[in-house]
Structure formats: C-alpha cells, structure tokens
Design a binder for this molecule. Structure first.
Ligand SMILES: *[C@@H]1O[C@H](CO)[C@@H](O)[C@H](O)[C@H]1NC(C)=O
Ligand SMILES: *[C@@H]1O[C@H](CO)[C@@H](O)[C@H](O)[C@H]1NC(C)=O
Ligand SMILES: *[C@@H]1O[C@H](CO)[C@@H](O)[C@H](O)[C@H]1NC(C)=O
Ligand SMILES: *[C@@H]1O[C@H](CO)[C@@H](O)[C@H](O)[C@H]1NC(C)=O
Ligand SMILES: *[C@@H]1O[C@H](CO)[C@@H](O)[C@H](O)[C@H]1NC(C)=O
Ligand SMILES: *[C@@H]1O[C@H](CO)[C@@H](O)[C@H](O)[C@H]1NC(C)=O
Ligand SMILES: *[C@@H]1O[C@H](CO)[C@@H](O)[C@H](O)[C@H]1NC(C)=O
Ligand SMILES: *[C@@H]1O[C@H](CO)[C@@H](O)[C@H](O)[C@H]1NC(C)=O
Ligand SMILES: *[C@@H]1O[C@H](CO)[C@@H](O)[C@H](O)[C@H]1NC(C)=O
Ligand SMILES: *[C@@H]1O[C@H](CO)[C@@H](O)[C@H](O)[C@H]1NC(C)=O
Ligand SMILES: *[C@@H]1O[C@H](CO)[C@@H](O)[C@H](O)[C@H]1NC(C)=O
Ligand SMILES: *[C@@H]1O[C@H](CO)[C@@H](O)[C@H](O)[C@H]1NC(C)=O
Ligand SMILES: [Cu+2]
Length: 713
C-alpha cells in the first residue's frame, strides 16, 4: 500500500472462470408455514449423580425444548442470552440454503450473542426429513445446551416405512459433575487432556447403573405389537457410542435427516453429531420382562475415556390389566451385550451397511464427476509448551489437533462477516492446503516431529464446484476414529478403508449409486473415508471433528463457497446490522472532498431481481477516466440485531458488500481450469479519502468489483 496525492485509477483485468450451472435449488418447494420459537438461555440448577450444579439451559429445560417442523417450513428462533457467557446456537445438520447467517458457529458465521442481547435464527428446512438437533456452538457450552430437531414429512406425505404408533426422541449426552467451562479452560492452559465425563445420559438421565441415579432413569413405555420410531441423537461431547436394546432388533430407516435402505441391527454405532431414526417393533405379546437400553463408548484413541454405561428401561404395558396403563414392578430385567470398547471391525461393518434409499422420490444425487479433489489428514499433534510453564501434554508439550497439520486458529472476527464485507485481509487466508504439505506413511510409524503449525486458512470454492474429499486418519499420538462434521451440506460417503488411501486403487471401489448421505462421518481409526458434495450453498462452512476436545485443540477448518451468478445463488445480506437505531434506506451522504474509491462498470450494477434482499443501488461520480462506481446500502431491519466483532463500518453510509479480495486471490491462479462465464476486474484506486480507513491518512485501496459490462478507466 502506498499513498497517492491525486486520485488515480489502475485497472487490472482478472478473468475469473466460474462454472455456473443452473440453480441446484429445488424449484418447487411446497410452501410451508413459519414456526416461531423463543429460546431464553438461562441458568438452572440441576442435580445428577448426587450433586447439584448450575448449568446453561434453554428455557430452564434440560435437555432443551424440541423444535418440530415439517419439511418446507420456515423456523424462526429468537435466542435471548441471559447467562454470563457468550452464546451461539447451531442447527446441526440443517442445510441452511442461502441462510448461512443462521448457522451458528461462533466466529465462523456470526459473532457470539453477548449477555443481555438476542439474535434471530431464521431458516427454512429444505429437502430434509428425520431427526437433527440443535446445540451451542461456542466453547463447551453444548455440554448442556442441546435439544432435538424433529423434521416431519410434508403434510400428507407418508414415511417410506411402517407408520409408527409413537415417536420418541432418545438423546445421548455426557455429564460432568464439575463445571465444563472450567474443565476445558484448564485443559487448554495445561496442554493436557480434559477430564473425562462422570456419566452418559439418555434424555438427560444417567440411569440405574450410576450412583444415586435409579430415580433418574428414562423409561420407554410401549404397548405390545406397536411400532415405535426412536429418534436417536448423539449429543455427547467426546464419545462415539454403541447402543443396544436387550432382546430387540431395530430397523434403521434414516440417518442425519436422510432416509436409508432399511436394515435390521441389534447394536448401533452413533458418533457425536450423528442422528439415527430406528423402528422398534414391540413384541407382539406381553413379555413379562423389562429390557435395558444401554449405551457405552466406542473408543479408539490412546487417551483415557469415560468407560461407564448409561441405561434406560423399556417397559411393556400389560394389556391384561385394565386401564390406566399398568407397568408391573419386579419383573426380570434383561441386559444387552455391547461390543468391546475398541471393536473397530463392528464399526466398519455397521457403517458399511448404510445405504441411501435412492428411489425416484428420494434420489441420491451423488456427484458423478469431480472438479476438485482434496486429501486432508486428520489427527493429533503437539504444540510447544510456553516458557516458564510445565505442560501436561505428551512429553511436556501441549496437545494439539489438526487438519493437514494445521491447527485452526480461531479468528476474533466472524469469517462470514469478514468475507461479506470485503474485510477478510488479516482475518483469514485462502490457502488451506489441498493435500498434506509433508506426506508421510500416515498410518505407519509416525514422524518424530509431531509439532503442528497453526493458522486461519480456508478453501475457496467457486459456486457449484463438485468436491471429492478424502479424510485420512494419522497415527500421530495414536490412530483414532474422528467424527468429522461439515456445516451447510450433506455429503455422500462414497468409500472408506483402512491404512493409507490409495488414489490409484481405491476409487474403483467407490459407491456412486446409493452411498449414505449425511453430515457427520467417522473417519475410521487408522483408515480413511472419501466423501463427495456439490458446493451449491454459498457461505462460509465450518468442518470439524465433533469431539469437542479435538475441536478445542484445532481439528477444524472452513470452506468458503462463493456466490453463483444467478440471484438465487447468492448469499443475501445478514439479517440486520447493529449500527445503532434502525434507519430507513436513504441516499448515502456523498464524500465531502473526493470521489469514492470503489468503482465498477459503466452504469453501475444491474438491480437484482431477488426481492428478499433488495439493496438500494446507488451510483456516484464517474471514475476519472470513465466508468462509474456503485455500492449497495442495506436497510437495517427494525427489531433485529446482529452482533458484530471486528467489522469496520464505513463512516459514510454503513457497511459495504464488495467482493472479497482474499477469496479472489485464491482463485485467480486457477482460472485456466475453470469455465468462463463471469469476468471480474481488479481495480486499484487510490484516494485520499478511503472510508474504512482513518480519514486523515491517504491510502491506496485495492478492490475487486464485479461487472457485467466492459469497464475502461
Ligand atoms: C441455584 O442455586 C443457588 C444456591 O442454592 C442459588 O443461589 C441460585 O439462585 C440457584 N439458581 C437458579 C437459577 O435457580
Ligand atoms: C463475547 O462476544 C463479543 C462479540 O459478540 C466479543 O467482543 C467479546 O470479546 C466476547 N467475550 C468473550 C469473553 O469472549
Ligand atoms: C425470516 O426471513 C424471512 C425471509 O427473509 C422474512 O420474511 C421473515 O420476516 C423473517 N422472520 C423473522 C422472524 O425474522
Ligand atoms: C431375552 O434374551 C435372553 C438371552 O438372549 C433370553 O435368555 C431370554 O429368554 C429373552 N427373554 C425374552 C423375554 O425375550
Ligand atoms: C473403566 O476404567 C477404570 C479405570 O481405568 C477401570 O478401573 C474399570 O475397570 C473400567 N471399567 C470397565 C467397565 O471397563
Ligand atoms: C481391544 O482391547 C482388548 C483388551 O483391552 C485387546 O486385547 C485387543 O487387542 C484390542 N483390540 C484391538 C483391535 O485393538
Ligand atoms: C457385516 O457382517 C455381516 C455378518 O458378519 C456380514 O454378513 C456382512 O456382509 C457385513 N457387512 C459389511 C458391509 O461388512
Ligand atoms: C520466567 O521465569 C523466570 C524465573 O523464574 C523469571 O525471571 C521470568 O520473569 C519468567 N518469565 C516470564 C515471561 O514469565
Ligand atoms: C516422548 O519421548 C520419548 C523418549 O524421548 C519417546 O520415545 C516418545 O516417542 C515421545 N512421545 C511423544 C508422544 O512424542
Ligand atoms: C506404512 O506403514 C505400514 C505399517 O507399518 C506398513 O505396513 C506399510 O507398508 C507402510 N507403507 C509404506 C508405503 O511404506
Ligand atoms: C526418529 O528418531 C529415531 C530415534 O531417535 C531415529 O532413529 C530416526 O532416524 C528418526 N527418524 C527421523 C525421520 O528423523
Ligand atoms: C501459532 O504459530 C505461531 C508461529 O507460527 C506461534 O508463534 C503461535 O504461538 C502459535 N499459536 C498457537 C496457539 O499455537
Ligand atoms: Cu477428532
């Protein structure tokens, strides 16, 4: 950056070749209704395992309230923060088509909601049916801040399986007697592994296998001969779970809100972040017995884990007794047998049985061709112990965790805001590595040097890029299954295996016909998994291990998917901006002394047809050598606030939405491999009056602007 005394305009043509396919969004979505919820985030005292603690809840409930919606409905949740923590809520698995502002991960799509403030999450549920869940997405608050999302089919549309008599959410959690925020803060200080939990819970209850918890047992009461839909959700923080019901097999019909080809199982595996709908066919007769439903971990890492077992009880209503329902006591109690903690072959077998339903009504739209291939290692590592401190990680270091050996450094500005307002410089860099920078035998002898690097790096994808991603576990500090969760998308699990992924041999075995479609997948311990998705949802999308311990250590990264060319392929502006009192959309004040530095095509940009956003288009003084400049002024909706962190507001007229230089700099070198449909020009303008900078300092501003007409300056 240099300074210049007189405004000059330097034009650098950057030809971007963006593959734009006609909108991938369903053109006919049966109009749903809007479901309004108010979530008051407040403290509540809860007693478990003989000890009481104050926990963060929604509306004082633990687990939190259910969100119930039909496919096609809009959901608007006003979250009001009454607790002394920053809070965000994530609607886990909801695709958030063009509503990335409502996704929820702190410092990724939004700034946290401070104490005393509120935020409206506003999204529609499109093309999903089954069970998802909501949870806090900041620090470890999701330990107690979670609840089910139940997505029913559209009215009049049946399930593609036996209509259940009743539907019951079964949500697994993890309970610590101590304060979980203190536990993770201390662990990050010392570098050691965080303390493991004291119990698992089912619907918030630990059950009779724990001390003083017999009264805290979830009971599922059923009638003989009826079919029940259990909506299983693993909301535990750090543990994959095996689950089984004594003397009963269940039929798996849906995972992560997508129907699967039904199959029977005595035992299920469910990782944190996954959901599974199963049909429980109650025995046709009164069995004169009670049955435990138990869950305990599938644990592959070398660290310690909570090896306890949560139990709930399945009870039959005795039909021979008169109503009201009678549930006999002192009946024989059967217990299921769960696999060994380290039964990786069970895990591989179970996940290998999952197949998309893949019918005409519920197709599996697996990308058949691939535009970009990625290989990411996922696993642990170490970072140095600060001087003057002793650390409790491996050999006196601190635990760390990475994707491609990069431990994600959380920004203090929300990535999506930085991107949208063209202020991504020094917030993120667009150079997340496509493959590991230092290849090694990932599942063989680990390298001696386990030190990781860190950074806030993103992968930038043009709209509609077809992506294939192989995630490869590493043996650094021990192989381990990592449940990787992608925001904003479902992906297809096209292949998995043990050892190192072999790009020459393994793709031949991929299932491109009916692979499971989901949002969270366990990378096999000492193995790899290949997924495909089509980047049809613009925004910044977090991808991370759904073990909170690993996420805290940095096993996370983000994808930036750019807008497409059509209006319905663009991310609308944020729901509101906390810029003081709401203002009508008015003509911007002109700069007093010099023209605006941002210039675009002659005549400015054409107004968009998308009426949901409707920015005000303004054009101002012409560029010295022709051309015009244009910018958008977004009206501030009343009664909405959006926490902002680190985004600079122009003193002139609010927030600008220029293209994102960091993102484009990542794509420019790739232009040869993309198709031309959009031409972008990089314009370097110098001005003594750059709004977002200090007014007194003349600076040169570099900016990309999109144009549809040729621009000459
Ligand atoms: C929790 O219990 C403490 C100590 O008894 C009490 O001071 C506090 O008000 C209670 N909090 C709530 C939300 O009920
Ligand atoms: C809470 O979030 C706000 C932004 O919304 C941020 O400025 C502040 O530093 C956060 N506080 C803590 C303790 O992280
Ligand atoms: C949610 O968004 C829709 C579409 O932008 C808008 O019409 C509606 O008013 C919003 N609802 C709330 C409660 O903000
Ligand atoms: C439950 O299973 C056990 C062992 O598999 C068997 O002994 C018992 O008879 C079964 N009981 C019922 C009521 O199905
Ligand atoms: C759980 O771990 C503890 C401590 O390592 C051990 O003593 C106990 O036997 C284990 N329990 C089970 C069921 O494996
Ligand atoms: C699983 O653990 C058992 C006992 O701890 C051990 O004998 C066995 O080798 C382990 N299996 C695998 C596959 O690691
Ligand atoms: C799982 O195991 C069963 C029985 O052991 C076997 O028949 C089936 O083929 C296995 N499935 C997969 C996908 O490995
Ligand atoms: C480190 O410890 C030494 C001796 O204990 C002390 O003199 C020094 O100030 C400490 N440095 C820091 C950065 O704390
Ligand atoms: C710790 O140090 C020992 C001996 O120097 C070495 O054998 C071991 O591999 C190291 N462990 C880790 C995790 O670096
Ligand atoms: C990687 O390590 C494994 C386990 O030690 C070994 O079997 C395999 O041959 C190694 N692969 C290569 C390419 O060296
Ligand atoms: C790793 O350390 C071992 C023992 O210290 C040494 O023999 C080996 O050469 C080292 N490997 C590399 C790649 O540096
Ligand atoms: C990130 O890496 C830099 C060096 O590149 C280092 O100074 C810094 O301490 C690291 N941060 C963390 C959190 O490890
Ligand atoms: Cu992990």
């Amino acid at each position: 950056m240099g300074s210049s005394s007189s405004p000059s305009c330097l034009l650098v043509g950057v030809f971007l070749f963006l593959a734009v396919v006609v909108s991938a969004f369903p053109s006919v979505v049966q109009a749903g209704i809007t479901r309004h919820y108010q979530f008051d985030v407040e403290m509540a005292n809860v007693t478990r395992l003989c000890s009481t603690k104050s926990i963060v809840t929604v509306n004082g409930q633990f687990p939190g309230p259910r969100i119930v919606a039909r496919e096609g409905d809009r959901v608007a949740v006003r979250v009001i923060n009454h607790v002394p923590y920053n809070v965000t809520i994530h609607w886990h698995g909801v695709r958030q088509l063009r509503s990335g502002w409502a996704d929820g991960p702190a410092y990724v799509t939004q700034c946290p909601i401070p104490t005393g403030r509120s935020y409206v999450y506003n999204f529609t549920i499109v093309g999903q049916r089954g069970t998802l869940f909501w949870h806090a997405h900041i620090s470890w608050l999701r330990a107690t801040l979670y609840g089910p999302i139940i997505i029913l089919p559209q009215l009049g549309v049946p399930y593609p399986f036996t209509k259940p008599y009743r539907e019951v959410p079964v949500i697994f959690g993890e309970w610590w007697k101590a304060d979980t925020e203190a536990i993770i803060h201390q662990a990050l200080q010392t570098g050691g592994g965080p303390n493991v939990s004291d119990a698992y819970t089912i619907n918030g209850l630990p059950g009779p296998l724990y001390n003083c918890s017999a009264k805290d047992t979830f009971k599922l009461k059923v009638k003989p001969g009826k079919t029940y839909l259990l909506r299983l959700i693993n909301a535990a923080l750090n543990d994959e779970l095996f689950f089984s019901i004594a003397n009963h097999t269940v039929t798996v019909v849906d995972v992560d809100g997508v129907y699967v080809k039904p199959f029977d199982a005595e035992t299920l595996l469910i990782t944190p972040g996954q959901t599974t709908n199963v049909l429980l066919h109650a025995k046709p007769y009164y069995p004169n017995a009670m049955f435990f439903m138990t869950a305990r971990p599938y644990a592959t890492g070398s660290g310690t884990f909570d090896n306890s077992t949560v139990a709930a009880v399945l009870e039959y209503q005795n039909p021979s007794r008169s109503s009201p329902a009678v549930f006999a006591k002192n009946l024989p109690l059967h217990k299921p047998t769960l696999p060994a903690f380290n039964d990786t072959s069970f895990a591989a077998n179970f996940t290998g049985r999952l197949r998309s339903l893949a019918t005409a009504r519920f197709p599996a739209n697996v990308p058949q061709t691939v535009d970009r291939r990625f290989l990411f290692t996922v696993g642990l590592g170490t970072s140095p112990c600060p001087k003057n401190q002793t650390c409790q990680g491996p050999n006196g270091t601190k635990f760390s965790a990475t994707v491609n050996n990069i431990s994600f450094a959380s920004p203090t500005t929300a990535l999506l805001q930085a991107h949208f307002f063209g202020q991504s410089r020094n917030v993120y860099s667009p150079d997340f590595p496509v493959v590991p920078l230092m290849p090694f035998n990932y599942t063989g002898t680990p390298p001696n040097n386990t030190l990781v690097s860190n950074g806030t790096k993103l992968v930038v994808l043009p709209f509609n890029t077809s992506v294939e991603l192989v995630m490869q576990d590493t043996s650094i500090l021990g192989t381990e299954s990592h449940p990787l969760h992608l925001h904003g998308y479902n992906f297809f699990v096209v292949g998995q295996g043990f050892g190192n992924y072999d790009p020459a041999k393994d793709p031949a075995k991929f299932n491109l016909v009916d692979p499971a479609e989901r949002n969270t997948v366990g990378v096999p311990a000492g193995g790899w998994v290949a997924i495909r998705f089509s980047a049809d949802n613009p925004g910044v999308w977090f991808m991370h291990c759904h073990f909170d311990a690993h996420m805290s250590w940095g096993l996370k990264m983000a994808w930036l998917v750019l807008d497409g060319e059509l209006p319905n392929q663009k991310l609308p502006p944020p729901p509101g901006l906390s810029v003081g009192s709401p203002r009508r959309s008015v003509a911007p004040r002109r700069p007093r002394r010099s023209p605006l530095p941002w210039r675009s095509a002659r005549g400015g940009l054409p107004p968009r047809t998308d009426t949901s956003t409707r920015p005000t288009w303004r054009s101002s003084s012409p560029c010295p050598r022709g051309g015009r400049l244009a910018y958008e002024l977004y009206p501030v909706p009343a009664q909405q606030e959006v926490p902002c962190c680190g985004i600079r507001r122009s003193p002139m007229s609010g927030y600008f939405h220029p293209p994102d230089n960091e993102a484009f700099s990542a794509l420019a070198p790739r232009r040869k491999v993309l198709d031309v449909t959009v031409v972008l020009y990089q314009i370097r303008c110098a001005s003594p009056d750059v709004p977002v900078m200090k007014k007194s300092t003349p600076r040169r501003q570099s900016m990309n602007l999109e144009s549809r007409a040729r621009f000459s300056c």
